[in-house]
Design a protein. Structure first.
Length: 333
């Protein structure tokens, strides 16, 4: 029977056998193995709420809170390749004259099927449609078309987000006008987006469709916005202003939360509990503002998911986002 164990992991019998000197070495080794606590960082002046500049910059930099970002976004690409191998290549259409202004359509077999238009993220700086195809199989199997947009990164517009948002709006308008070409029902058009794509999708939801595109005010019948930004004021104060050339007009026009009078459809908003505090707050505040405006909003919280992991749940009809999207579109897996 072994003797009583000491706190550093050896028995009193072993202590006697190796001697006090040997035990001291073992104890020292155990102490060195313990993690050291870093001294708390001295905070600078508050910039927004209780956040100083570093806090705010970190809160709009997902990599600080999601160190596994490269592995997850790598899965986006490889799982999209697998999806194309199973479903076949999507139909490719141009929604505008620029080479990047195209969209991929994964079509359901059901005639006159509803449509989900997805807007990808990438901090407004990156991302291509082909790497965001992996949720398509869930939608197609449920009898819905899945459309993934390509659009220019903001650096191609010299930091002007207004032009990027204009591309996405034009793409949605094209889908509405041309739905019959791929067997879609223009009267059942929905939009979804993740991260900066959720911001752009939110902007789409408050578009003045009649004035700008001569389309019905309720062109979009519902939105699913995951981990987005809906008020650009704090974003403007963060390090993202190094590549977004914010103006007062841009900040106001592209802050969806300030234009809820134009919102004409239900919205579902979601965030993960392991996301940055600002992305969580933006989502909560937006959902509360929509409800306060007397319009339907549902808030979903993904326990234990970070910013990049939560998006993967859109690919499953039983995942948090996948279930919500299909329920919103009134289709079943």
């Amino acid at each position: 029977m072994r003797g009583k164990q000491d706190s550093v992991g050896f028995t009193r019998r072993e202590f006697l056998e190796v001697g006090a000197a040997g035990a001291a070495v073992v104890a020292a080794g155990a102490a060195l193995a313990q993690p050291t606590r870093q001294a708390p960082r001295a905070k600078g002046p508050r910039v927004r709420l209780d956040l100083d500049q570093k806090d705010l910059d970190d809160a709009y930099d997902q990599s600080v809170y999601a160190p596994n970002q490269p592995q997850i976004t790598g899965r986006y690409a490889t799982n999209s390749e697998i999806t194309r191998a199973r479903l076949g290549a999507p139909r490719r259409f141009a929604y505008g004259p620029a080479p990047v202004e195209g969209l991929d359509v994964f079509t359901a077999k059901r005639p006159n099927a509803p449509i989900n238009v997805f807007v990808h993220g990438g901090a407004w700086r990156g991302g291509v449609a082909k790497n965001y195809a992996f949720p398509a199989e869930s939608f197609v199997s449920a009898g819905a078309h899945f459309v993934v947009l390509d659009f220019s990164p903001v650096q191609d517009f010299a930091g002007d987000l207004t032009l990027m948002a204009g591309q996405v709006r034009r793409a949605v308008a094209w889908v509405y006008r041309n739905a019959k070409e791929f067997g879609g029902d223009a009267n059942r058009l929905y939009i979804s987006g993740h991260s900066s794509g959720a911001h752009l999708a939110g902007v789409v939801l408050v578009t003045e469709w009649q004035r700008e595109f001569d389309l019905p005010a309720d062109t979009v019948k519902g939105g699913l916005l995951c981990s987005g930004m809906y008020d650009l004021k704090p974003v403007r104060l963060s390090a993202r202003s190094s590549y977004i050339k914010f103006t007062d007009e841009m900040e106001h026009a592209l802050s969806t939360q300030r234009h809820l009078d134009r919102l004409n459809c239900p919205v579902v908003v979601a965030h993960g509990t392991l996301e940055t505090p600002e992305f969580q707050r933006q989502t909560r505040d937006f959902a509360a503002a929509v409800k306060a405006a007397g319009k339907p909003a549902q808030l979903l919280v993904a326990q234990g998911y970070n910013h990049f992991e939560i998006f993967e749940t859109l690919a499953s009809p039983y995942g948090l986002l996948g279930r919500a999207a299909l329920e919103q579109m009134k289709v079943a897996p």
